[in-house]
Design a protein around this ligand. Structure first.
Ligand SMILES: C[S@@+](CC[C@H](N)C(=O)[O-])C[C@H]1O[C@@H](n2cnc3c(N)ncnc32)[C@H](O)[C@@H]1O
Length: 352
């Protein structure tokens, strides 16, 4: 099946609503309890198990930073008290920072407005054995089935109301690995609506990585708040990495969409004010965004009405943009906005 998702057909992320069910399920799924262990009130510093350094993102996520992550890690501060990532998505930066145990932050607070996504992280952290068992039960029949039966299993799972956090997480990961392009989109009613993909041999269960991610997440605080609330806590010596939904390159290439749940220019301005506030508080901030004039105008000293010269802006090499139509994917320059000088950075050699 080839599926092109028209921008008006789907709303990317729609992070405020639970999404993995049918429309009528939404009210019920709000009652899904968290994974077994209670949430820690504070990020707990603790020595991580060695396998934490091997963890990689366990879901495919639109706007994921996997391709750029070496560039980003090189620019991160050498010393971090607590690491904050309020738009965690697939968590490429978090896992990359942990890959070097000598530099990895001891405390971390990860956040996303997508409630189901945060539940998945909680389950990976707190209940990985049960998650592995549930994914095994989904993967076995799927891989053994022919194309038609795979499709039937996919749509049955997509339309099914999950029972509890582990079931929700398994469903989320199963759909992420087997849907078209690994996209996560919900319609205006907040219902996940990505069609079945055609991967020959999808790795629905990657047990070593899930266990490594579970070790990486031990002691990590997880929240599902709007970014502004998530940014109230950081203080001097902390590091915040911000990767908001991108300012679209054009209305038609929009992945975040100009639709309900989208990250509009108003949101980008609200984020800029939050970055200013963090800067005033002495928090180290790195922000990724697209090289749109509007974004440059917000952060660059010599551009735009809001610019104030407090930020350095680096351009990182082009990557492939997410677009549901393969033929429309083009290279996109990304910006890295920093509020600290090069001496603070981890990198030893200048990046050309
Ligand atoms: C570009 S993605 C982050 C990708 C991530 N860096 C990665 O490597 O996968 C942006 C994330 O912001 C979340 N989001 C959107 N609006 C938000 C808001 N107002 N507050 C917090 N998170 C939000 C989305 O759910 C999405 O996961």
């Amino acid at each position: 099946m080839t599926a092109n998702l028209a921008p008006d057909q789907a709303v990317a992320y729609n992070p405020g609503t639970p999404a993995l069910g049918t429309a009528g399920d939404q009210r019920r799924s709000a009652a899904i309890p968290p994974a077994r262990a209670p949430q820690t009130p504070q990020a707990t510093p603790r020595a991580r198990r060695p396998e934490a350094a091997l963890a990689r993102p366990f879901i495919k996520w639109a706007g994921g930073k996997q391709q750029l992550v070496a560039e980003l890690v090189a620019r991160a501060p050498r010393s971090i008290e607590t690491y904050y990532e309020p738009f965690i998505g697939g968590g490429a930066m978090f896992f990359a920072l942990l890959a070097d145990p000598t530099l990895a932050p001891r405390r971390a607070v990860l956040n996303d407005l997508n409630r189901d996504l945060v539940t998945v992280y909680e389950v990976v952290r707190d209940d990985v054995d049960a998650l592995v068992a549930r994914l095994e039960a989904l993967q076995g029949p799927y891989l053994a089935a022919d194309a038609e039966d795979r499709s039937t299993q996919f749509y049955a799972e997509r339309g099914r109301q999950p029972v509890g956090a582990v079931d929700l997480a398994a469903k989320f990961i199963f759909l992420n690995k087997t849907c078209f392009n690994g996209l996560y989109r919900v319609n205006r009613q907040g219902v996940f609506n990505v069609p079945h993909g055609k991967y020959r041999n999808p790795r629905i269960l990657d047990e070593p990585n899930l266990r490594a991610a579970s070790a990486a997440l031990a002691g990590v605080r997880l929240t599902h708040l709007d970014f502004e609330a998530a940014l109230a806590a950081p203080k001097q010596g902390d590091f915040v990495y911000l990767d908001p939904p991108f300012e679209p390159l054009s209305a038609t290439s929009s992945f975040t969409g100009y639709t309900e749940g989208s990250f509009s220019r108003t949101e980008q301005r609200r984020l800029k004010l939050a970055v200013d506030d963090l800067t005033d508080r002495g928090v180290h901030v790195m922000l990724s965004n697209s090289s749109q004039d509007y974004i440059l105008g917000l952060y660059s000293a010599d551009r735009g009405p809001f610019a104030d010269g407090r930020y350095r802006i680096d351009s990182t090499p082009a990557r492939r943009a997410i677009n549901s139509r393969g033929d429309k994917r083009g290279p996109v320059d990304e910006l890295v906005v920093l509020n600290y000088p090069p001496e603070v950075e981890r990198r030893e050699l200048p990046i050309p």
